[in-house]
Design a protein around this ligand. Structure first.
Ligand SMILES: Cc1cc2nc3c(=O)[nH]c(=O)nc-3n(C[C@H](O)[C@H](O)[C@H](O)COP(=O)(O)OP(=O)(O)OC[C@H]3O[C@@H](n4cnc5c(N)ncnc54)[C@H](O)[C@@H]3O)c2cc1C
Length: 295
């Protein structure tokens, strides 16, 4: 069985940044990354990472592996991790869908979250272009357009109006059938969304279930998320603590409730961005190094 200091499950910004910090700390690392496209695969470009602004998600990963290869400490296995079993030798056996099991002293979970896409005609074509989750990622590209914030949460609606005026002076709230967004000082449109009118992903209007059509060019939509199957499995089998929405619970030092298992990136927080995940991956790597001493 191959032995590693750290098995990282998930090869996005969190896992790759952790692999870099661990490689440079002389740790032998394996990164398991499934073929499932990453969350941001819908976006053509990544923004907000200074020095890499505008690279595609695929190019970001290619460049990361070019950097990692220089150190010769990290291996990429393009497989889906299926289980993590604590081992009596003070470590873990990590299994994957394909290939033999591996042994690692520590495990870092960086498998991200899954966005639950609504079944609305036109949504898929617009997601990551003109239907966006985060204004810091795609607000610039959608500046000076008419915006709709899809939410039933009055507090978020109020924040949206104040905060998103940086990018648009025409922001309304669409409740998508949720409880009315309440008093927040702006226009609220109630009703379930049935269809997005667009041309090649460029949103033109939102159609409600009652047939009303509202001109909008950009929607900000914070979709529900669910954990990847591995996390749900580990929560059940190892007692990995997650909160009610499925995010992995960690302390300030990225330790999960399972000794020797760490977690970072999107799967521990709703405050999500590539740069935040990278910072989390780096922090988790430093903690693993601090906890394990010289290899
Ligand atoms: C449309 C869109 C556009 C975005 N644009 C930006 C932007 O411009 N700038 C920005 O900062 N942020 C952006 N984000 C947010 C950013 O993409 C995420 O916050 C970031 O990718 C999270 O990094 P991560 O490493 O935590 O998880 P991810 O990037 O999701 O990586 C997790 C990886 O783990 C893999 N995985 C899952 N389960 C397993 C398993 N069992 N075994 C092995 N591998 C597994 C997945 O396939 C994936 O490759 C965007 C998000 C979306 C949805």
């Amino acid at each position: 069985m191959q032995h590693f200091d750290v098995a990282i499950i998930g090869g996005g910004p969190a896992g790759l940044t952790a692999a870099m910090a661990l490689s440079r700390s002389l740790r032998r690392v394996v990164v398991l990354d499934s073929a499932r496209p990453p969350r941001n695969a819908f976006a053509e470009e990544m923004h907000g990472i200074v020095g890499l602004d505008g690279v595609s998600p695929g190019e970001y990963r290619r460049r990361a592996w070019d950097d990692l290869k220089k150190y010769g400490m990290a291996e990429l296995h393009e497989v889906t991790g299926t289980d993590v079993t604590p081992d009596p030798e003070v470590g873990f056996t990590v299994t994957a869908e394909d290939g033999p099991p591996m042994w690692a002293r520590r495990v870092l979970l960086t498998a991200g979250m899954v966005d639950v896409h609504p079944e609305i005609e036109g949504f898929g074509a617009c997601w990551g272009k003109t239907v966006i989750r985060c204004p810091f990622c795609l607000g610039w590209e959608n500046r000076d357009r008419t915006w709709g914030v899809v939410t039933g949460d009055p507090e978020f609606a109020a924040t949206a109006v104040a905060g998103f005026s940086a990018w648009s002076d025409d922001v309304i709230v669409l409740t998508d059938g949720a409880t009315p967004a309440g008093e927040w000082g702006g226009e609220v449109v109630e009703g379930k969304i049935r269809r997005l009118h667009h041309i090649g992903g460029d949103l033109r209007a939102v159609e409600l279930a009652d047939g009303t059509v509202i001109d909008r060019q950009t929607l900000l939509w914070q979709l529900d998320q669910r954990p990847v199957p591995l996390i749900a499995h580990l929560a059940e089998r190892l007692g990995l603590a997650t909160d009610e929405d499925g995010y992995v619970e960690v302390d300030d030092s990225f330790h999960t409730s399972v000794p020797g298992v760490y977690a970072a990136g999107d799967l521990v927080t709703e405050a999500q961005a590539a740069v935040e995940s990278a910072a989390g991956g780096s922090g988790a790597a430093f903690q693993i190094i601090a906890d394990t001493g010289r290899p």
